[in-house]
Every structure is written in C-alpha cells, then in structure tokens.
Design a protein around this ligand. Structure first.
Ligand code: HEC
Length: 367
C-alpha cells in the first residue's frame, strides 16, 4: 500500500530532523535534509531510484527535467505543496521555510546546468498573494470545448484553479507556472495560455452544475457577479439563477490543502438565500454506506460525510452548516429561509492523506 510507506517515511523524517543541526554549514545541512526526507523515493544521488516502492517512479533530478519549473522558487513551491494525486508529499508542515529553501537549492545542484526560463513580459507570476485573470481558455484536452469566458486563480502554492465563468464551474487544477497572455490591453476575451501542468480535472473536465433547485433538482445557472481577493483567498461571487430569477447568492473560495501524505483542495461556499425561501440541492458525491454522521457545531445543525469517490483513489468530504437540511436519493437538500445563510465545504484528497486527516479529526473514525 503506497500510503502506509509514506506515513512511516514522514515519521522517520521527524526523528532525523530532531537531531541538532547547528554548527553545520548550509550545504551539508541541505544534503542531510535531502537524505532524510527525499532520498527514500528520489535516491541518494537524486537519480529517482529510491528504496521505496511507488506506484509511479519518483522524479530523477539528474536529467533536469522538471515539469513544474526549474528555478529554486518553483522547486520551493513544489516541495512545499507536493503534487496532488501523486505520492509526492507536501513538506509545508514538516520542514521550516528555511529548510525547504535549502533543499530546493540543493535539488537544483543535482541536475545538469540549467537555463532558468526568464520571466517574459507576457508571463504573469504569482508571488505571495493570489492572482486572478479572466479570458479565453483553450480546451483542457482533446475532445473538450474551449471556454471563451474563463478564469484562472493563481495560488502562491503554485497551484492554479481553472474555472469557466459563463456558468461558474471549477474545471481543473494545474501546477507550475501561472499564465501567459497574448494581449494585456484587452479585458475579457483575451486568449490565456495556462502554463501549469494539468494535475487534476474535475469530473473529466466536464463538470455538471453544482447546485440545483428543490427536490426536482432543476439545474441552476451560476452567473458571476464579481471576484475579490481577501487576504490569501480569492472569492468568486455569483448568483444562482432559475428561469431568469435569482434564487440565491453564493461566495465560493478554493484553497489548496497540504498534508504530509498528500495534497488536495477544498472549496468553501457561503450560500445566501434571496427574498424567497429556497431549497438548494446538490449531488452528494460521497458514497452511501461510508462513515457519516450529523454533528452540531456552534449550535447549528450540520452534516459531515465522507466517502470514496467511485473508482478513484480519492476521497471526498462534505461539511455543511445549516439550520435545515435533508438527504434524499443521493442528493443533499439545503433549506433556506429568505435571507438565511449556510456554509458548505467540499474537500477532495488523495486517499492516503484523507485517512491521515480522518484519524486526526475523527479520532480513529469508523468504517
Ligand atoms: C513518498 C515518496 C517521495 C518523497 C518522500 C519525496 N518525493 Fe518528490 N516526488 C515523488 C514522486 C512520485 C514524484 C513524481 C510525481 C509525478 O508523477 O509527477 C516526485 C516529484 C518531485 C518533484 C517534481 C519535479 C518536477 O517534475 O518538477 C520535486 C521537485 C520533488 N519531488 C522534490 C522532492 C524533495 C525535495 C523531497 C524531500 C524534501 C521529496 N521530493 C520527497 C515522490 C517523493
């Protein structure tokens, strides 16, 4: 099982790092950090031939082929965040920023001399705050449509959230560079070239509308009303519309979730009813029969459910805080009085990382 080996690795890494590291020069420290945390998968020399059996090979650094950027800054991000959906863990929690920078510099020295790609004028780079650009998005893959109205949220972790916004839907996650624009003068409609490598497509890159109306589950259109940056988070505000009428307002904010054993993402939603009562339905992607319980938080009745996605080694988790809700036929129905609010979080994690967080949060859990 790949996840059990990465758990014990993280444990070993903790032990080695507990040793005093004073009085060592930084290159020796960098090498020691690499051997302690990375060599089991990437090999002592960085040739990708570590001792840990993985379901896919760890990267060889010696041939210098980096998919997510080859500058110390880009490597720092990859090391901090990990690579979603692969055994490459994020080290944000287990190594300090200084240690991650040291090991990133060290990885650069393992490869052949490389030409760092210079930032061209047309390339937008995310630094310490998230960025948002809108424009025309090319198809994610062959056979999928382009999106004339698209939006890219660049997170400082190096992850980009790719949305269509003619009807707001998260399409995919990318990792690496952010975006190249062909024309910076235009507003909207400008062709965007996402530079990150695709690491995850939501529902095959063709997600259905997330929210529907009532038990009849009439899909609702999500009309973008604006975007804003609130500290480290980007908020997409939109109206849910049925037959031209606004039934609720939504604020959605995506975030990268990094655990020692893997990287996933969470989408947080604030739902606000319009002037009339509304029943919002959404498909409950979590599998029937998985651990599921009602919880009460801050005096509000909510639900917390988690389960395996069908056919994928990914888990999804849903946390809802609402006064009134019910569950029918794989749908979760949130009942809102006029002007009432509910909050919802949808989390997707590779299985191993989810197991770890479940144990931490639910104290062992039940399944
Ligand atoms: C549990 C095994 C494991 C450990 C431990 C691990 N890695 Fe990785 N790493 C991988 C795998 C597997 C990949 C390739 C993922 C993929 O398919 O793209 C990878 C990819 C990478 C990449 C991406 C290269 C690119 O294409 O841009 C970098 C950089 C990296 N690892 C650095 C590190 C560093 C530095 C450490 C230690 C601090 C480390 N890794 C620890 C398994 C591991």
């Amino acid at each position: 099982m790949p996840h059990s080996s990465s758990l014990s690795l993280a444990f070993l890494a903790g032990l080695v790092l507990a040793l005093p590291l004073d009085a060592q020069d930084s290159s020796a420290r960098a090498r020691q950090l690499f051997v302690a945390n990375c060599a089991t998968c990437h090999g002592e020399s960085g040739d990708g031939k570590g001792v840990t059996q993985l379901d896919r090979p760890a990267r060889s650094f010696m041939d210098g082929g980096f998919s997510f950027g080859n500058t110390p800054e880009a490597l720092f991000r990859t090391i901090s965040t990990g690579i979603p959906g692969t055994p490459m863990p994020g080290f944000e929690a287990s190594l300090s920023e200084e240690q991650r920078r040291l090991v990133a510099e060290y990885v650069v020295t393992l490869g052949p001399p490389i030409e760092a790609v210079e930032d061209e004028d047309m390339i937008l780079v995310v630094h310490d705050r998230p960025l948002v650009v809108r424009g025309h998005l090319p198809p994610l893959a062959e056979g999928l449509p382009p999106h004339p109205r698209g939006l890219l949220i660049g997170d400082p972790s190096g992850i980009t959230f790719e949305y269509r916004v003619d009807d707001v839907r998260l399409l995919a996650l990318r990792q690496g560079g952010y975006v190249r624009r062909t024309d910076w003068s235009g507003r909207g409609g400008t062709p965007l070239e996402p530079l990150g490598k695709l690491v995850s497509q939501i529902d095959g890159g063709k997600p259905a509308p997330l929210f529907a109306l009532g038990k009849g589950a009439i899909p609702l259109e999500a009309r973008l009303s604006g975007t804003s940056v609130d500290g480290q988070r980007v908020v997409l505000a939109y109206h849910l519309v049925s037959a031209g009428r606004e039934v609720a307002h939504v604020e959605e904010s995506p975030a990268v979730i990094t655990r020692k054993t893997g990287t996933g993402h969470a989408r947080r939603f604030t739902l606000i009813a319009g002037p009339r009562p509304v029943h919002l339905a959404l498909a409950d992607a979590t599998q029937p029969g998985s651990s599921r319980d009602s919880v009460t938080r801050n005096g509000k009745r909510g639900t917390h459910s988690a389960g395996a996605e069908r056919g994928a080694d990914e888990f999804s988790e849903l946390v809802l805080e609402a006064s009134h809700w019910s569950r029918t036929d794989g749908m979760l129905v949130i009942e809102l009085e006029p002007g009432a609010r509910a909050s919802l979080e949808l989390l997707r994690m590779p299985m191993s990382a989810w197991e770890e967080s479940k144990n931490a949060v639910l104290g062992g859990g039940s399944r």
